[in-house]
Structures are given as C-alpha cells and as structure tokens.
Design a protein around this ligand. Structure first.
Ligand code: LCS
Length: 401
C-alpha cells in the first residue's frame, strides 16, 4: 500500500490490490456471477460471516471491491460501497438510514431525480422531508424536529452552483445527533473531501468525473465501516443496485487520470467563465471561481479549485437561449457532466424537469438557466464555439428587431 497524501499519487495507487497470481499491473476483471466453495462447510462459513471470501456477485466481487477500497482511500473514509448508478447510491444510502415516521432535512435545490425521490416517493413511504436553503444556518436549525434523522445536500448544487459550507452543516448535524450526507459528484475527491470537515457519508455519481469518459453509469458511497456495512447488508444486498465488474474496471482506469483531467477541466472552466462574464449578452455567470460568486470565499478552504461546471443566464428570452444552444457546433447538447466533451443542457426542461415550475422557482433554478460542463478540448476552441453561437443569437435578435 502506497502511503502518500498527494492526490496525484493516491488516484493511481491508493487502495490498489496487488495481483498475487500473475502480478498484473492493471486490475483483473473478475467477470463472474458466483464463486465456487471448496465444500459445503466453507459455503456455510462464508454466509455466516465466519470466513472472509466472495460468495455471489450481488454480495461482492473482487474488481468492484478494489474500486471501493480506492474510493475509500481517496475520500479518507474507512470504507466504501459501489452501486449500479449514482441514484442507486443515493437511494440505498438514504433508505438504509430512514424508516417510516422519520424526518430529513434536504436542500431545496438538488439533482432532479434526488428531489423526485424525496418529494414523491418518500412521502408515500411515510418519510417526511423539509426542503431548506442550505446556505442559511438558522433555517436549517429551525427545521430540526424530534424525529429528524439526517441532513442531505450537494455542494456545489446541481444545477445552480450554489456552494454550501460543509463544516457549518457537519457541526449542526453533530450537535443535534443527526447524520450528515453530501453528494460530492460535482467536485470529486480530487477537489473536495467532505469527511475532513466532519460529514458522515459521501455519495457520488461515478458516471461523472470519477469515470470521466462518458461510457458508464455508476455510483459510490463512502463512510465509516459501520455505515457501509449497514448499507451493504440492507439496501445494497436486498434492493440490488450493484455495480458490474466491467464498470468497476473502467472507473478504476478513469481514476488514474482523475487529478490531471480535473486540473484541465478547472483551467478551461475558469477561462470560459471569465469570457462569459465579460460578454454583453450574458446576464449572470454562476461559477465559484469568479470573485462575484457566493462560494468564492470557500475556495481554498473546502474546495481546492472551482471545478469544471458553471451555470449562466443569457440576457434574453427562453427562445434566445434555445437559438444559442442549437447554434453550437463543438459543444454537445447533452445531460451528464464531467466528460472529456463539453456538454451543455437546459435544466428546467431536462435534468430538473421532475420539479414543478413553482418548486424550481423556490429552489432558485430559473427557466432560462443554462448549465455548461466544460470539457478537455482546447479552451480557445470552446470559447470560439460559444462566441459564434452568441453571434448567431444576436443576429437573429437584430433581424427580429
Ligand atoms: N447526484 C448528482 C449531483 C448528479 O448530478 C446525478 C446525475 C446523480 C446524483 C445521479 O447519478 P446517476 O444515477 O445518473 O449516475 N446527474 C445528471 C445530470 O446532471 N445530468 O444527467 C445526469
């Protein structure tokens, strides 16, 4: 085991399992659904937890286990559990810690499907949710009730890029005996380690930066040994959103370049954000790397850099925004984020369509907000594409005028 504090070294070596059989450099893919026992006694001992070893693919797999160990090392937690999607991680982590009659406090703005799970499914299950402004400490404290079990949020928030103070929320949770859970998808462990600020559980959509190549749907939860064991023995085992060994292998490969990829995403995004902020047809840019952003003071404290994602408002109508997006040539109109390709999407009609119009307004997600996940292309090419699309929008406006 390599003992380094440096993220560049950790993404390549930390948690790696040495291949004792052939010394393979790259992790073997154990593409198997089950594992043969030497005899009945061994099978029984494994089921009883009296002997370590693999049993059946839904209960664990060596390739998936290596990814879990790598993620625990990267997030500085005791352990981790891998899932077949980010939503698999979110739902299994929440449901392992909630039961009928419980209450949780969540940020009003969240990824659309996480909001949908909490706003639609949880009430049907007798789980109550209070949606609050997570930047407002007194609003969080005021929402705590007798039956409150946990606090859940994202930082930066998908899609409006509001940054939440991890230490502030972790302290409220600790003083009130609540569990704190954060979705760290937008930052990845290359830029932010919530456990260092006292957050109990960290969920990821591994579909995004962790894998980084737009070819996998997956999720991971990191936390204490006790918490991860509870999730694995309840909602992961019995609800079954497990990760496939092939996907685990792709993510392990993706992790090796996480820190260099994220460094370039950040550099490119900073340049694009500055370009957009200075453009006369852009009304507002939400990017934590800009001094105008509410989260800027937390850079250097809880985030090592501002990341690769931003949201912005065109100075115009919804139709102008559509013209702009449809005129892009290099940037792809697609949901998801954290890939090599620059991706652009319209949250109100796409990722955040599970919100009703009034709910979106309450969560600070406007109808004209555009989200941009800045890729790894040459930044001049990205800016040229944005420029020409804004020019097309402008010329249409002049024709109409
Ligand atoms: N958490 C966050 C912050 C996300 O952005 C997403 C997906 C998920 C969890 C769920 O992960 P999945 O199950 O898709 O792996 N976000 C998406 C987005 O913004 N566009 O497309 C998917």
């Amino acid at each position: 085991m390599i003992d380094s504090k440096h993220i560049e070294t950790k993404t390549i070596h930390a948690g790696k399992v040495k291949d004792g059989q052939f010394g393979a450099l790259s992790t073997p893919i154990y593409q198997t659904s089950t594992f043969i026992f030497d005899n009945v006694q061994q099978g029984s001992a494994r089921f009883m937890g009296e002997e370590e070893g693999f049993i059946y693919g839904r209960l664990g797999n060596p390739t998936v286990r290596e990814l879990e160990q790598r993620m625990a090392a990267l997030e500085s937690t005791e352990d981790a559990a891998a899932f077949g999607s980010g939503m698999g991680a979110v739902s299994a982590t929440l449901l392992a810690n909630l039961e009928k009659g419980d209450h949780l406090i969540a940020s009003a703005a969240l990824y659309g499907c996480t909001f949908s799970l909490m706003n639609h499914k949880f009430p049907q299950m007798g789980i109550e949710v209070s949606f609050v402004d997570m930047t407002n400490e007194s609003e969080i404290r005021a929402a705590i009730k007798e039956n409150t079990k946990l606090i859940y949020f994202e930082t930066p928030i998908n899609p409006n890029m509001v940054v939440i103070d991890l230490e502030m929320v972790a302290n409220i949770a600790k003083h009130n005996n609540l569990l704190s859970i954060v979705d760290n998808t937008f930052m990845s462990p290359a830029l932010q380690n919530p456990a260092e600020f006292g957050i109990d559980l960290i969920v990821h959509s591994a579909t995004k930066y962790l894998n980084g190549h737009g070819d996998v749907i997956a999720g991971v939860t990191c936390g204490s040994k006790e918490q991860i064991e509870n999730i694995k023995l309840t909602t992961l085992k019995d609800m079954g959103a497990v990760m496939s060994p092939n996907d685990a292998w792709l993510i392990i490969r993706g992790l090796k370049t996480l820190s260099v990829r994220v460094e370039r995403h950040c550099e490119n995004a900073q340049r694009v954000a500055e370009f957009l902020e200075a453009h006369p047809r852009i009304k507002q840019v939400n990017y934590p790397g800009l001094p105008s952003h509410q989260g800027y003071p937390l850079i250097g404290k809880q985030m090592r850099a501002a990341g690769g994602i931003m949201a912005f408002e065109i100075d115009g109508t919804f139709d102008d925004a559509v013209t702009f997006m449809n005129s892009l040539k290099l940037c792809s109109i697609a949901v998801s984020l954290g890939d090599a390709e620059t991706l652009i999407q319209h949250p109100a009609s796409m990722t955040h369509s599970p919100y009703e119009e009034e709910e979106r307004a309450a969560a600070g997600i406007s109808e004209t907000l555009i989200r941009l996940s800045v890729g790894l292309e040459n930044v001049h090419d990205i800016i040229s594409d944005l420029t020409q699309a804004l020019d097309v929008m402008n010329s249409r406006l002049r024709q109409v005028g």
